[in-house]
Design a protein around this ligand. Structure first.
Ligand code: MG
Ligand code: MG
Length: 259
């Protein structure tokens, strides 16, 4: 899991550094493929996952998750490439396999200079992920993570949307394993709550919207957009529950992040 996580971290850092006005989502997809191979990825978690044609998901502005990068052959057609514009946001979600295990992480990056409103949205999304991560230790419940994420978003003066129909997940030999790791507290979660033990590996991935959290999927069957067309951010890490607390497997900090 550490080996896969390191590859994912290296690729996401590379892609995030490349983001600039004029770069396209197809450029990011190719960069992720090349860097992933260079770092020793055996395979890419998303490529061909239920037919997904990309190595990354690239989700620009109103696209919440699962955006298809440009220049991917898709159902015999060509997916239009999307050129990143100054003032936009792009989320890059990436997964890779090493020694049979997956890593999965996402980061949303500003394209050039963005408005104060979008800077704040980025900060709220990043802090929501961290609020969830800080709960992780042996004995913590899925509801502790969800409550912390939801609170950190809801306590803001601006009324952000918190996406509820896409959630985090267990991760290991498969990209998506039980349990679901929700980002909001629901009665259903409390009924099916689980205690996490050391050795469990999960991906936490809050999605925060500037406006409504209501989403729809475009006719390509993948691209999830906000119904009001306003931007959203997505931040994700894969982590392990350890005796001490947690270890972020996809940390982009040198030396990893352990608590
Ligand atoms: Mg992901
Ligand atoms: Mg994930």
């Amino acid at each position: 899991m550490r080996a896969a996580g390191r590859i994912v971290a290296g690729v996401l850092k590379h892609c995030a550094d490349l983001v600039a006005p004029g770069v396209t989502t197809g450029d990011l997809n190719e960069a992720a493929y090349t860097k992933g191979k260079e770092l020793g990825a055996e395979d890419f978690s998303f490529l061909d996952y239920h037919g997904f044609p990309g190595v990354i998901c690239s989700s620009v502005d109103e696209v919440v998750v699962h955006g298809i990068p440009g220049r991917c052959d898709y159902r015999g057609g060509k997916v239009a490439d999307r050129t990143l514009q100054e003032g936009s946001l792009v989320s890059v979600d990436f997964g890779a396999i090493s020694q049979g295990f997956h890593g999965d992480s996402a980061v949303t990056v500003p394209v050039g200079e963005v408005s104060p409103e979008l800077k704040e949205l980025l900060r709220v999304g990043r802090e929501a992920l961290w609020a969830g991560i800080r709960q992780v230790k042996p004995g913590c419940r899925l509801s502790d993570i969800a409550r912390a994420i939801e609170r950190s978003i809801r306590e803001r003066p601006h009324r952000y949307g918190v996406v509820t129909n896409y959630v985090g997940h267990g991760i290991g030999r498969r990209l998506h394993e039980p349990p679901n790791v929700p980002n909001v507290l629901t009665k259903d979660l409390l009924r099916n709550d689980l205690v996490l033990e050391a050795g469990v590996t999960i991906a936490i991935e809050p999605m925060v919207c500037l406006g409504t959290a209501k989403t729809k999927t475009l006719s390509d069957g993948w691209t999830v957009v906000t119904r009001d067309g306003r931007p959203a951010v997505h931040f994700e890490h894969s982590l392990a529950v350890t005796e001490e607390g947690f270890e972020i497997l996809t940390s982009r900090e040198d030396g990893g992040t352990t608590h």
